[in-house]
Design a binder for this molecule. Structure first.
Ligand SMILES: C[S@@+](CC[C@H](N)C(=O)[O-])C[C@H]1O[C@@H](n2cnc3c(N)ncnc32)[C@H](O)[C@@H]1O
Length: 288
């Protein structure tokens, strides 16, 4: 029963932003560093992707594409894993890509660094060089930026067309009745508090506005460090839309129970979930 009252809990355990932002204050902190600490756990994400692909296909994936890649931390993690892994990231925002180059890409050893690239591009129109991938990622719910059936199906079709034979499309999703509720969820990190703000939800259109704020011990707050203008798609809708876009097998990986009302970090294929307040799932879409 994965009751997780926060939609972005995938933490990078044990890492502190202190090294990059010695004075933790809204005046000096770097929002991308804080995001990577509080929101992302690319190690766990890539563990899941690598293990699931190998299990389903009986061989290792090599070529990965990260859609909505932002600072492309997952791509960097992928090329770090094995000497023949390659990655390409697509994102619209050049300053964010540049931050990733300076802070994530630059930390890779030269051999790994040579196997990752990014392109500033709308994921609806991936270039030929970004097609033929074994694994395609759309994580942190970023595909919710597409608010109409036409747009989201167009994206899912473009994703399907980008897969190599045997390729798989990995997405994540969050839901549960709390996801529709305007509310703020706070979590303390080392030196700052992460605030997930579900600011507005329109039950007629599904329009959903969320922010991330960071609050510091010196009393300062970095308000709206990130803002998301999404449609809150439900899990049954996403499954139907993937099917409509031509995916044949759509599997939801539901998180196990830690026995204390939370998730245990182990995601298994399932057709039965529990009606929790908040949950996060992975979805694996297979075109064959
Ligand atoms: C929530 S962030 C995701 C960052 C990272 N992938 C993660 O997992 O945390 C969303 C990113 O999607 C990008 N984005 C939004 N619409 C896009 C589009 N149509 N094509 C490419 N990138 C897009 C934004 O620039 C932003 O960097």
């Amino acid at each position: 029963m994965p009751i997780q009252p926060r939609p972005a809990p995938r933490r990078r355990a044990g890492k502190s932003p202190d090294r990059a932002t010695p004075a933790l204050s809204a005046r000096t902190a770097d929002r991308h560093t804080l995001y990577q600490v509080a929101v992302q756990n690319v190690e766990a994400e890539i563990d899941f992707v690598d293990r699931t692909y190998t299990k389903l296909r009986g061989r290792r994936a090599r070529r990965l594409r990260e859609d909505f890649c932002g600072t492309y931390a997952s791509s960097c993690e992928w090329v770090r894993r094995r000497a023949d892994n390659t990655a390409i990231g697509l994102d619209l925002d050049q300053p964010t890509l540049d931050w990733g180059r300076a802070h994530n890409h630059a930390k890779l050893k030269p051999d790994a660094a040579a196997r990752v690239a990014t392109i500033r591009r709308n994921v609806l129109h991936p270039p030929a060089i970004a097609r033929g991938v074994d694994v395609l990622l759309a994580m942190n719910f970023s595909y919710w930026v597409f608010k109409t059936r036409e747009q989201i199906i167009a994206y899912f079709r473009a994703a399907r067309a980008s897969l190599a034979p045997g390729g798989l499309f990995f997405l994540d999703h969050f839901g549960g009745w709390e996801s529709m509720k305007p509310q703020q969820d706070r979590r303390r990190e080392k030196g700052f508090t992460y605030i997930w703000d579900q600011a507005r939800y329109n039950p007629i259109t599904g329009d959903y506005t969320c922010h991330i704020h960071f609050k510091f011990r010196d009393g300062t707050t970095m308000r709206r460090a990130f803002t998301y203008d999404w449609r809150l798609w439900t899990l049954p809708e996403v499954r139907d839309l993937l099917a409509e876009a031509g995916f044949k097998r759509i599997t939801v990986y539901w998180e196990g129970d830690d026995g204390k009302g939370g998730g245990n970090g182990v995601f298994r294929p399932s057709l039965t979930g529990e009606a929790c307040a908040a949950f996060i799932t992975y979805i694996v879409a297979d075109p064959r």
